[in-house]
Design a protein around this ligand. Structure first.
Ligand code: GDP
Ligand code: MG
Length: 460
């Protein structure tokens, strides 16, 4: 899929932020690490990567209350990714009559893209003609002709003529009947002088209303140099980036284009005439995240935990006074967000994850049972759970009272102890991975479940 790594890192980060109990240094560090890895994998320029990381860190250090900070972080990530992909982009606006010249190096997808653009605008009622001026590549006219036939669009070519100007002149009169003429041109291995001259000669005679540069996503961030070189040598109005479906460097290509003044109008996402998409960073990102419901998520994050609760909990953890009652409060607040299946739909990225229903149900059931278990304990037991291990008859009583098993109680105690130990024993809060509440709530469990859902893993 297009930009998988960036999309996944974003989803993961937003997921971490939503489910974290505190926005602290370790949460920020872990988000920055994920983002950096993803952006670099997608070949995004290291300078851009550093800039985003700085912004996330700066926000992380700001003295903003926890929930508000979560909200701002999610927005920041969302906005930054949209911005590096080009922010608000111009869409290709066509007048009643247009002639578009497609230029680019060898094999970038010019001819294929022309068939895609033709398909796109044909559906929108345009009367389209294709004109083949690629006189260099063997069988280029035939390729265009075949594509034209496939999509039933009139195609003008000349299989013998080697002078593009002459080909144009031969068909000039006929082309006037069309309101959108798409002109295919020849490429070269590099932007050499002969290519520049050819494009400029064609432009002088054909007088295209737009010249679109076609580049392949494979070149990653080198797209910047290529776009700029073409901008300098010719009159580029915009760019189409092809092979977004098959290149891991797509992120680099798009972000590199965003740094030039040329807008990316479309992206090519396959070899077929229909594999073309309008490129709009904003909708692109929301689709990457599969959300559309960022606001709702933020609302839920807000209402689930109050500032006071958070501060209280943090203090207790730091002082090692985290009792089973507090653990119970945590469980309750998590359930306040809703059932796991509802949370799943709200957390971008999780919505689409294939989580077996039984797994959600068993997790929900477990959490519910933990609540019953704690409810069945005496005050003394809640404050000093050690006695439960010394006097095992108590376990039996609680199990009966809560309709659970002693085994479940032992699991719960294990989780609770683990959290307490982490908080009081092993150093400061910053040493804890608070970004991962699973480690806080219970090793490998709870919210981590959300992350690990879908993978065939034993949760408990
Ligand atoms: P040209 O030399 O610039 O005209 O490039 P072509 O249009 O002939 O395309 C070169 C190769 O890239 C062909 O095999 C196309 O099928 C392939 N191609 C073009 N666009 C895309 C795309 O968006 N995705 C994929 N996967 N392949 C593409
Ligand atoms: Mg071609």
């Amino acid at each position: 899929m297009v930009l998988d790594s960036i999309g996944n890192a974003l989803k993961k980060s937003i997921d971490k932020i939503s489910s974290a109990i505190f926005v602290d240094k370790s949460l920020i560090d872990s988000i920055v690490k994920d983002l950096q890895r993803a952006l670099i994998t997608a070949d995004v320029n290291i300078k851009l990567v550093k800039e985003i990381s700085e912004k996330v860190r700066d926000l992380g250090q700001k003295n903003i209350k926890g929930v508000e900070k979560k909200e701002q972080l999610i927005k920041l990530l969302n906005d930054e990714i949209i911005s590096i992909l080009g922010g608000e982009r111009k869409t290709l606006e066509l007048d009643k009559k247009e002639t578009i010249l497609f230029v680019g190096l060898y094999g970038t997808g010019k001819t294929t893209t022309i068939s895609k653009i033709a398909t796109y605008y044909k559906k929108r009622g345009r009367k389209i003609a294709l004109l083949g001026l690629d006189v260099h590549r063997p069988a280029a006219p035939e390729q265009l002709e075949q594509l034209g036939e496939k999509i039933t669009v009139d195609t003008f070519i000349d299989k013998e003529e080697k002078d593009p100007i002459k080909i144009y002149k031969t068909h000039k009169k006929q082309l006037e009947k069309y309101d959108l003429v798409l002109v295919d041109s020849a490429g070269r291995d590099a932007l050499e002088d002969t290519l520049i001259k050819e494009i400029s000669d064609i432009s002088k005679i054909v007088k295209p209303t737009q010249t679109i540069l076609v580049i392949a996503a494979d070149i990653g961030q080198a797209a910047k140099t290529q776009v700029e070189a073409f901008q300098k040598a010719t009159n580029i109005s915009g760019v189409i980036v092809t092979r977004m479906d098959s290149s891991a460097k797509a992120g680099g290509a798009l972000t590199a284009c965003a740094q030039t003044k040329a807008p990316v109008y479309f992206i090519g996402t396959g070899e077929k005439p229909n594999d073309l998409e309008l490129f709009n960073p904003q909708s692109f990102v929301s689709r990457l995240l599969g959300m559309g419901d960022l606001e709702t998520l933020i609302e839920k994050v807000k209402s689930a935990t109050t500032e006071k609760d958070q501060a209280k909990l943090q203090k207790k953890l730091e002082e090692g006074k985290f009792t089973l009652d507090d653990f119970y409060e945590q469980l309750k607040s998590m359930q306040g967000i809703g059932s796991f299946s509802k949370i799943k739909d709200l957390i971008p990225g999780l919505g689409k994850a294939k989580i077996p229903d039984e797994q959600i149900e068993s997790q929900e059931a477990k959490m519910k049972n933990w609540k019953y278990i704690i409810q069945s304990m005496t005050k003394e037991e809640k404050e000093n759970p050690d006695i439960l291990e010394k006097e095992t008859s108590r376990l039996q009583r609680i199990a009966e009272g809560s309709g659970t098993t002693t085994n479940e109680i032992r699991q719960l105690l294990k989780q609770y102890k683990l959290i307490k130990e982490m908080a009081s024993g092993v150093g400061s809060m910053d040493d804890m991975d608070m970004s991962d509440p699973s480690k806080l709530m219970s090793n490998k469990q709870m919210m981590k479940l959300a992350k690990k859902f879908g993978k065939k893993k034993r949760m408990f």
